[in-house]
Design a protein. Structure first.
Length: 303
């Protein structure tokens, strides 16, 4: 018996990289999978139906069941159509993996409106569109699982990715909101921050020996490493787990904390800008979160 026998799943951005690995792994555990992908480039340009169909062919060749879909998650009508297609084809829908995304990295003072809005449209609006379109089905059947892709770029930080960071941190809030609002309907919603070598990061320079060694370590983190946790969180075995943020890096699984008060100060006579200036840095400064990047926090080699 597969962990997902009888389940139906949609994976967005499933033609390549992490999404491809998730779609194949879900199918290998018994799920019927709608493989969604526009087939565009990593920056969101272009379209090609062949990559998604190739994943479907791979799944069916292994004895699974899948179908390709080319709708745009950033379009509400397309998202609704995708949910309708899965339900009409297989009679139900149990799992949504929000994986679709693009990159438009720019240092902030050079970031254009389209760099900002296009990235948010796919990552954040796309995750909302798909989740909202699924929500009615999940509510009616009293169950379902959302798995959203966030990023340590949002949870920790990175250069030149204010658009991507905003979108991916927004997904954390979206997932938490879904988890709270839909828990009464036995619907779970969780995030994964994946570490993986994909075409979206394969432009990292490799000119020095140090850069080459770093890239060699990163290449161990294949996209397929993310899929087992995705399958688990999508399965009934993950009952009771909702509103959480996980990370996967090669053979490591992390649980991230979420913003909570770490220190406070108070005055019985109230605050003025002057006495805030006298007290705040000294009292709260030791607990400030430093301006770090993911590589500063995850400083050890992948296990």
């Amino acid at each position: 018996m597969g962990l997902l026998d009888g389940k139906v799943a949609i994976v967005t951005g499933a033609a390549r990289g992490i999404g491809r690995g998730e779609a194949i792994e879900l199918a290998s555990h018994g799920a019927k999978v709608l493989v969604n992908d526009l087939g565009g480039e990593w920056d969101g340009t272009g379209a090609d139906t062949r990559p998604a169909q190739q994943v479907v062919d791979e799944i069916t060749a292994a004895g699974g069941e899948a179908a390709a879909n080319y709708d745009d998650v950033a379009d509400w009508a397309g998202s609704k159509k995708m949910i309708d297609e899965a339900v009409e084809r297989w009679g139900t829908l149990d799992i949504l993996v929000n994986n679709a995304g693009i990159l438009r990295d720019r240092i902030f003072h050079r970031m254009s409106w389209s760099d900002w809005s296009d990235v948010l449209a796919v990552h954040l609006n796309g995750s909302f569109n798909m989740s909202r379109a699924c929500a009615v089905q999940f509510r009616e059947q009293n169950g379902g699982a959302f798995v959203h892709m966030t990023s340590t770029s949002a949870l920790v930080g990175n250069f030149g990715q204010a658009n991507y960071m905003a979108a991916k941190f927004g997904i954390v809030g979206l997932s938490r909101g879904i988890a709270l609002d839909m828990q009464r309907f036995k619907v779970r919603s969780n995030c994964i921050a994946p570490f993986a070598w994909t075409r979206m990061i394969d432009s990292i320079p490799t000119e020095t020996p140090e850069e080459k060694a770093r890239v060699a370590r990163m290449q161990q983190m294949t996209p397929e490493k993310i899929a087992p946790l995705t399958v688990y969180l999508a399965s009934d075995r993950a009952e009771g787990i909702s509103g959480q943020i996980f990370g996967v890096r090669n053979n490591e699984i992390f649980l991230f904390n979420q913003p909570r008060v770490v220190r406070s100060i108070h005055r019985s006579d109230g605050w003025t800008p002057e006495n805030i200036a006298q007290q705040l840095k000294g009292a709260l400064g030791p607990s400030f979160t430093p301006l770090e990047r993911s590589s500063d926090v995850f400083s050890w080699d992948p296990v």
